[in-house]
Design a protein around this ligand. Structure first.
Ligand SMILES: Cc1cc2nc3c(=O)[nH]c(=O)nc-3n(C[C@H](O)[C@H](O)[C@H](O)COP(=O)(O)OP(=O)(O)OC[C@H]3O[C@@H](n4cnc5c(N)ncnc54)[C@H](O)[C@@H]3O)c2cc1C
Length: 277
């Protein structure tokens, strides 16, 4: 006989679920790399795009979550967009870099998932935060806090080999060393490709950290890009991607607007690409 919980699960609707968790790496208790295997392949996407992940409200929440600000209804499929970190050629096994909002509806449930569990993965892949819309040969600066690094991992995995003539820089801001997801992959890329530079900067690092210790805004205004890599904030030459916490995105965007940058839109191309989350 089924236990009460099993019986409830059995009766619940799981028909929207169309993918299986095949990888879960906890970077910290509140940051994870989640890999899913979609039942059906998705169309090839462009690096930097996103799709929806979803779970029903009846799914249980992680052990370190906090009470929901807005409790989800049990039969509702909670869906939110997430940037794909995988190479654009990967259409079935997709990787995501996810931060837990402890009082959130979806992330508190995503963090409870284990390998073999099922979830909903959207079929439509969208987004205008795309490296393929920058001109060949332009230098590319990618600025991120938190999970804003995810689209750049897709950019690099998809395009770094094709763009040897572009200087590419990732500036990643965080509090501690352990918050720097993808640190190993990014330092490996820096050693492998002469045109790629990785600039992590930490605001609360311990004494062992010998890198930058300022916030991203100060790193940019202190002219580290010009002095270290001979890259100038010049819209004719350098395209900027800025992704992560809204406050950082606003500060960096305001700084770039002073140099004549305009925000990119497919109908009205610019040199500044913004993604807030
Ligand atoms: C284009 C796009 C791409 C995205 N890609 C990613 C990604 O790659 N990785 C990722 O982790 N997230 C990403 N997000 C954010 C994601 O879609 C969700 O908003 C986030 O995971 C919170 O969902 P939730 O259901 O847990 O919280 P909700 O239930 O929606 O929110 C609960 C409360 O927390 C607040 N809140 C929401 N998000 C945050 C936050 N980040 N920090 C603090 N408070 C917050 C809300 O305002 C609300 O008050 C992306 C968003 C967009 C628009």
């Amino acid at each position: 006989m089924l236990s009460v919980n099993k019986e409830v699960d059995f009766l619940m609707d799981t028909q929207a679920y169309n993918a299986t968790v095949i990888g879960k790496i906890m970077v910290t208790p509140d940051i994870m790399i989640l890999t899913i295997d979609a039942d059906e392949p998705r169309v090839e996407f462009e690096a930097g795009q996103n799709l929806l992940l979803g779970l029903y409200g009846y799914e249980s929440r992680s052990s370190n979550s906090e009470p929901e600000l807005d409790p989800a209804e049990a039969d509702k499929l909670i869906k939110r967009p997430y940037s794909i970190a995988s190479s654009k050629t990967e259409t079935r096994q997709l990787e995501f870099y996810i931060s837990q909002v402890k009082s959130g509806q979806l992330t508190s449930r995503l963090f409870k998932l284990n390998i073999g569990d099922r979830l909903y993965v959207g079929t439509k892949i969208t987004g205008i935060f795309r490296l393929d819309e920058t001109p060949d040969g332009s230098d590319i600066v990618m600025v991120a806090t938190g999970t804003g690094i995810a689209p750049y991992i897709s950019f690099l995995r998809s395009h770094i080999v094709e763009r040897p003539e572009s200087k590419m820089v990732v500036i990643q801001g965080a509090a501690h060393r352990w918050d720097l997801g993808y640190y190993s992959e990014l330092t490996f890329l820096e050693k492998t490709y002469a045109n790629f530079f990785y600039v992590p900067t930490l605001t609360d690092a311990d004494e062992k950290w010998d890198g930058y210790r300022v916030c991203i805004e100060d790193l940019l205004t202190n002219e580290v890009l010009q002095n270290e890599f001979n890259i100038s904030p010049d819209p004719e030459r350098t395209h900027f991607f800025v992704s992560g916490k809204p406050e950082m995105v606003a500060h960096v965007s305001d700084w770039l607007l002073e140099f004549g940058y305009t925000r990119h839109h497919p109908d009205d191309p610019g040199e500044l690409y913004i993604e807030e989350f």
